[in-house]
Design a protein around this ligand. Structure first.
Ligand code: AHR
Length: 502
């Protein structure tokens, strides 16, 4: 098939906030323990952090990392994880039915984040705790000295404040699975009170109020209205979470997952803007899409979930999805959706980072490797700089069971006014064959293609795993060329492509 794209450096969606390329580390399974932290590993540094994992995190190009949960945070006492290690308690983590040894806590994670060159986004527990504990952890983290909590941090070996700027007011409080799950009204009050207290302590914080856990939640829409009515003055962001998977071999619907992500984002923007009008507010609320990924959640519920009263394992293998080429193509498309809305989605977190539904996998005592999804993330984070351009796409369509009529091509482009580099990210959802795309680049003057890579495979279900960690990777796409202001490129059937020109 064929498709057309029109872009011009003058027509812009908005600047790209680097926080769009964030990720997420939860105390869950082998995300922290036997993931980024493994003191006995041959590459472990003095603090027990795996250097091979740190190197891959830097290569991935992650900007922020949300921590420490997720569902975990709703049962977490932050103070368990600070101070002398030998005095830290062992706790039962009800969310993932595991034992939490607290070997790693806030101070260690901040130390890891400095090594990984990422910004910490910290979530407070509003499930089983409240305003006081949120203010306490903020005081411990951000006040230089002169209070008992700030001085405790100094005594624990961290003389400088952690200075965490962006905080999540709880996690997925709309979900019945959440410890302390509450109604929108209950959560809205608690979130507003917590936000005000936190801002009294540190007025310039950016605060993220919980939106919906997915667009299919029965409370979706009303939840956002209720919490924003109560918290509008004090928060900067509202969260969205979404996970996608292939259901019952319905590849066509799966390939169109970004249609749902677009709908989700646009619905939350509309809702937030309605409250803005109602309140005659100056400020627009931003979206923090702080959990997104492919996740075979049905597999977790049916196979992995631990429920026995007397079994509370340490760092069990949970949610260790192995991603296929098909998964990576859809994943790349989700990044396109986030970028298309960069004027309002100013923070996002790929959930998660290591071992748990992750782009990076590790084996205890053994290697670390890149899953298929690593490639679209790393390449998009590397090439998408500056501003997102209005990207007009004209292609054929196909019918899907889950998302209605979907375009065969999805695409977005970015332009860096400083370097002059322009990038285009494209997904061919066509299962019947390749697609030739003509991109009108006449508005950029005389340009040539600098780079073009594609992710595809004859076997859509090919993966990278311990036995064959480099089976799947990026392929240089030699077909891209510019003639008379038109850039043409051929996209293989079911593929993700990134190109840049200048
Ligand atoms: O990322 C895995 C889990 O998904 C998180 O703990 C939770 O917030 C979401 O339901």
């Amino acid at each position: 098939s064929t498709a057309r794209v029109v872009i011009d450096p003058r027509y812009r969606v908005g600047p790209i906030n680097r926080r769009l390329f964030g990720s997420f580390v939860e105390h869950l399974g082998r995300g922290v323990y036997d993931g980024l932290y493994e003191p006995g590993h041959p590459t472990a540094d003095a603090e027990g952090f795996r250097a091979d994992v740190l190197e891959l995190v830097r290569e991935l190009g992650v900007s922020t990392v949300r921590y420490p949960g997720g569902n975990f945070v709703s049962g977490y006492r932050w103070e368990d994880g600070v101070g002398p290690r030998e005095e830290r308690p062992r706790r039962l983590d009800l969310a993932w039915h595991s034992v939490e040894t607290n070997e790693v806590g806030l101070d260690e994670f901040v130390s890891w984040s400095r090594k990984a060159d990422v910004e910490v986004m910290y979530a407070v527990n509003l499930g089983t705790r409240g305003v006081m504990e949120a203010i306490d952890v903020l005081e411990y983290s951000n006040i230089a000295s002169g209070s008992t909590l700030a001085d405790a941090r100094v005594a624990n070996g961290h003389p400088e404040p952690h200075d965490i700027r962006i905080w999540c007011l709880g996690n997925e409080m709309d979900g019945p699975w959440q410890l302390g799950h509450s109604t929108a009204e209950e959560y809205a009050r608690k979130a507003a009170q917590t936000a005000r207290g936190m801002l009294q302590l540190d007025p310039d914080l950016e605060l993220v109020v919980c939106g919906s856990s997915m667009s299919k939640m029965p409370t979706f829409g009303v939840w956002e209205q209720t919490v924003l009515r109560e918290t509008y003055d004090d928060v900067s962001h509202i969260s969205c979470h979404a996970y996608y998977q292939e259901h019952d071999g319905d590849t066509g619907s799966f390939l169109a997952s970004a249609v749902d992500m677009d709908f989700f984002i646009e619905s939350v923007i509309a809702t937030a803007d309605a409250i803005k009008a109602e309140k005659r507010h100056e400020k627009s609320i931003q979206i923090s899409f702080d959990e997104w990924n492919i996740w075979y959640g049905t597999r977790f519920v049916e196979v992995d979930r631990i429920t026995e009263r007397d079994r509370w394992p340490y760092a069990p293998r949970l949610l260790e999805d192995v991603y296929s080429v098909l998964d990576a193509v859809v994943f790349g498309n989700l990044m396109i959706s986030l970028l298309k809305h960069a004027d309002r989605v100013t923070s996002a977190s790929l959930a998660q980072l290591v071992n748990v539904i992750a782009p990076i996998m590790t084996e205890p005592g053994g290697p670390a490797w890149r899953q298929t999804t690593f490639f679209p993330f790393a390449t998009t984070a590397r090439l998408a700089h500056g501003v997102v351009l209005t990207t007009l796409v004209e292609s054929g369509t196909y019918d899907t069971a889950r998302h209605g009529e979907a375009a065969l091509l999805d695409a977005v482009s970015t332009h860096d006014p400083e370097t002059g580099a322009t990038s285009v990210f494209l997904v061919n959802r066509d299962q019947s064959g390749e697609m030739t795309v003509s991109i009108d680049v006449s508005g950029f003057g005389d340009v040539t293609v600098a780079e073009c890579v594609s992710l595809y495979d004859g076997d859509l279900y090919a993966v990278n795993d311990l036995g064959n960690p480099e089976r799947v990777g990026l392929t240089t796409n030699e077909t891209a060329e510019v003639v008379d202001g038109v850039l043409t490129v051929r996209l293989p059937s079911v593929s993700w492509t990134a190109l840049s020109f200048r």
